[in-house]
Design a protein around this ligand. Structure first.
Ligand SMILES: Cc1cc2nc3c(=O)[nH]c(=O)nc-3n(C[C@H](O)[C@H](O)[C@H](O)COP(=O)(O)OP(=O)(O)OC[C@H]3O[C@@H](n4cnc5c(N)ncnc54)[C@H](O)[C@@H]3O)c2cc1C
Length: 418
């Protein structure tokens, strides 16, 4: 049994989208770093498997060829052009991400199993600046004299890695957050989700729109049905843990009950086959703007609670926060400055300036979902009004438009047909 000592500039714990995003952009800046991951890739992650325009944006910025690679592999990645919203009253509304799409234009997003997507990213990591350890669970992190030390064992050997900065990209309930911060996730900002893979589901949208069913018993959460490559469908539910606790909900039973009895859904699952066991995982959501860095550390992705509170989307924000963390780290390394104030200014403030409004709007929308009648009202009206339907479409790309949803005047205008 040998002890290996490694000194580097940055240690990243976790090689999911947040860790991969950080590493890809650190490599572009030429900064040496060590990634430590407890699993071996390809590895699964419980998820709805829907990747949005933000995911596409970060990938395109890193290397435009990667998106071409993605859209060229139809057997692994399914282009995604829109969403079907199903209101609590069962009425549905089809919303194209881009209502003016030209045929053949690249889709804004895609669906793909995380087993495939995370491995796609992982394959992009090797570089002269990157040292990767897999099958290496970090159980201990120390910080002394502004140096972070991570110790782990791999096989027979022990490794001691030191650096002035550590990145927590270790997901929900990660060890970096636990080691450096009092866990300040409030129950309100937390949801639990289940994922199931099916085959043989019928009635999917002709352009493979993803479906969000806002069933009354799940509000402000929803049940999703997402088409995937090879005839597979990702089905799941996400509900606030506060609600699960207070209503003593058995999430698995509730999901299976909805698939069996909901009048809009049950006939579509008549001949469907469950392919794997139903699995659950937590969703730490960005309801509040919490500190996400401190002396000698930054948090990214789920470790920083950045999941969109309305859509449940976290892959895009994981990659995006990884990219911004790398930009901040580049400055920290150049100036040899790793203190709380510097990292807050370079990372927290920049990140919240870019995505803070979006998270705030989503937090309000999540709260509004507690009023099913409001949801029913908007969907009913949008089905009768192409211009309202188009306005809602534009809300996916235009943040100012989306902000309208928070304002009573938006609903008053719909009511008055203006
Ligand atoms: C049910 C469900 C459905 C979802 N659906 C969607 C969706 O459709 N679209 C979307 O955009 N988002 C969705 N999300 C959110 C999305 O899955 C997360 O936001 C995303 O995975 C965050 O990426 P991450 O890199 O921060 O964390 P993760 O993907 O969890 O990666 C963390 C990595 O750190 C490693 N790690 C953890 N601890 C250690 C340790 N001690 N030592 C070494 N390595 C460690 C883990 O093995 C893992 O590889 C969903 C989440 C859930 C639970």
């Amino acid at each position: 049994m040998a002890l290996h000592k490694i000194n580097t500039k940055v240690i990243i714990i976790g090689a999911g989208p947040a860790g991969a995003g950080t590493s890809i952009y650190l490599t572009q800046a030429g900064i040496p770093h060590v990634i430590i991951e407890k699993e071996t890739f390809p590895r699964d992650k419980v998820c709805g498997d829907a990747c949005s325009g933000k995911t596409a944006f970060v990938l395109r910025k890193a290397n435009p060829e990667w998106l071409k690679e993605i859209f060229a592999s139809e057997e692994k990645f399914m282009p995604s052009h829109g969403i079907v919203f199903v209101a609590p009253n069962g009425k549905s509304l089809d919303i194209a991400y881009n209502p003016n799409r030209i045929p053949g234009e690249q889709a804004p997003g895609f669906t793909t199993p995380r087993m495939v997507f995370d491995n796609f990213l992982f394959d992009k990591l090797p570089s002269q600046h990157t040292t990767i350890f897999q099958q290496s669970a970090v159980k201990n992190i120390d910080r002394e004299n502004d140096i972070v030390t991570v110790t782990f064992t791999k096989g027979e050997d022990t490794y001691e890695v030191t650096a002035p900065l550590i990145v927590g990209a270790d997901g929900d309930k990660g060890i970096v957050r636990k080691s450096f911060m009092n866990d300040n996730n409030s129950a309100k900002a937390y949801a639990v989700g289940l994922r199931a893979y099916y085959t043989g589901v019928t009635g999917m949208h002709k352009e493979n729109f993803i479906e969000l069913h806002f069933l009354p018993e799940m509000l402000p959460g929803y049940l999703w049905i997402f088409p995937m490559p090879n005839g597979i469908v990702n089905v799941g539910v996400g509900i606030l843990s506060e609600r699960i606790r207070s209503k003593k909900i058995n999430l698995r039973e509730q999901m299976l009950h909805a698939l069996k009895t909901n009048p809009n859904i049950k006939h579509r699952f008549k001949n469907a086959t469950l392919l794997d066991k139903i699995q659950g995982w937590g969703l730490p959501m960005g309801m509040e703007q919490l500190p996400i860095s401190g002396d000698n550390f930054v948090l990214t992705g789920d470790a920083a609670s950045l999941i969109d509170p309305f859509s449940g989307e976290g892959i895009g924000n994981a990659l995006y926060s990884g990219m911004l963390a790398a930009y901040a780290i580049e400055k920290a390394v150049r100036q040899n400055q790793y203190d709380r104030a510097f990292l807050k200014e370079q990372y927290d403030d920049v990140l919240y300036k870019r995505i803070g409004d979006e998270l705030k709007i989503s937090a309000t929308l999540q709260r509004l979902c507690r009023y099913p009648w409001l949801f029913n009202f908007v969907v009913n009206k949008a089905n009768k009004s192409p211009s309202l339907s188009k306005t809602i479409s534009c809300m996916f790309t235009d943040l100012d438009m989306r902000d309208q949803l928070r304002k009573p005047s938006f609903y008053a205008k719909i009511l008055l047909n203006r």
